[in-house]
Write a protein that binds this ligand. Sequence first.
Ligand code: BGP
Length: 488
Amino acid sequence: MSFPKNFLWGGATAANQCEGAWDIQGKGMTVSDVNTGGTVNEPRFTTYVTKEGMPGKATMFEPIPEGSKRAVLDGYYYPYHDGIDFYHRYKEDIALFAQMGFKIFRMSISWARIFPKGIEAQPDRNGLTFYRHVFEELKKYHIEPLVTIFHYDLPVYLEEEMGGWLNRELIDCYEKYARVLFEEYKGLVKYWLTFNEINSALMIPAFMPDCPPSRVRDALQILHHQFVASARAVRAAHEIDLSMQVGAMLAGGCTYPLTCDPQDVLLAQKQQQDDFYYCSDTMVRGEYPYFAQRLWKEWDAHIEMAEQDPADLKQGTVDMITFSYYSSSCASADPNAQRSRGNFTRGAKNPYLRCSEWGWSIDPKGLQYFLNEIYARYQLPVMVVENGLGAADTLEEDHTIHDPYRIAYTREHIKAMEQAVADGVDLRAYTYWGCIDLVSASTGEMKKRYGFIYVDKNDDGSGSFERYKKDSFYWYKKVIGSNGDDLD
Ligand code: BGP
């Protein structure tokens, strides 16, 4: 049993969580620039100033009051402002990735570096040059970039002045932005992902127990605009360079029935449809699945579509399907079943699984199962573009970091992928999430570390930002060197 010869081993990051340099060289403000730090129990906030000039904050899932403007306020800490300073240290970081033997590196482009507001007539040369330098650096080491066009960091102008993704004009803004990227980086970047975890919009009810149905209706409309935007980007990429491969990217994870009670089984099926297949079917097949009508009816949603939309969806089907995978969840018809957490997963606690320090269930076998499910449904190339363990590490006095827990986690997930490959799944790549420590998206912490590379930065922003190799660094290097054969 082994991985295909050209299997793409690597790691993944996102611009807002690692670049820092949030307001230099013309970059516009994004919605994530006003996210404060939090912890596993304390939410992150979005800060703003009301129309009466009063400072305020709302959790990341709440809307901010009508007429307020997002603002950086005194007295708050914004961990994305410095990130891990990848913006200035990318050469050092890429050299470390190359030492591990990376074949692929997933990263995202910050829209606001290219179009600071999102509506300018011309792109910003500084932003384009920065990413060109990053891609050239990767090329030096024969590392393929895998680029996410949009990873949770909308320019604030598009959100506040244009109304965000509820406004279909954003489709044009996005298409223009994507076309600029394809033209500019033709020959340098082959693999693209249109929207990070596009299905996460539909999981709001999991995070807001009293979520008003109007939020879900909005999410369905937003998704429609994003599907069309994604499809138009796929078409543009193929027009510009036929060798470009554009993928859908979803928050992955399977939903098991908690028991064999047929009620639980049906519920699990429905949850998988609503949380995942609604998006992936549309992006892969270029039309909404049959159960979309049922979902829309449940939420009393009436999706506004333009005449051209169905044709656009059909002409922009994705070349590959990619997803993040951290945990799985269980569906239970019993309202008293014990709940669990995870990356956008919800539902009842699985008694057979352990959890991470942040309460996310750990389910490597679920990855094999999920890969088979996805491949059976689409028969498209698959990439696992996020997976990893967020854990607290100890930096020893001699700058070593012993992280056997991370090695164990990754080993089991690699074994699961290997099994899936043996089952016949056309798996092309694995980009371990947060291959270098970065700011956590859900909690804003540095303490929740994923990396094979330790970054000396703390939750209050202190630290030297020096990089140190963890034990897992040497282990992953060996894994890549043996193409997944040596997992010891
Ligand atoms: C995914 C996001 C990433 C990443 C990851 C880990 O949802 O695409 O941006 O952060 O989850 O989550 P966290 O950082 O909250 O541990």
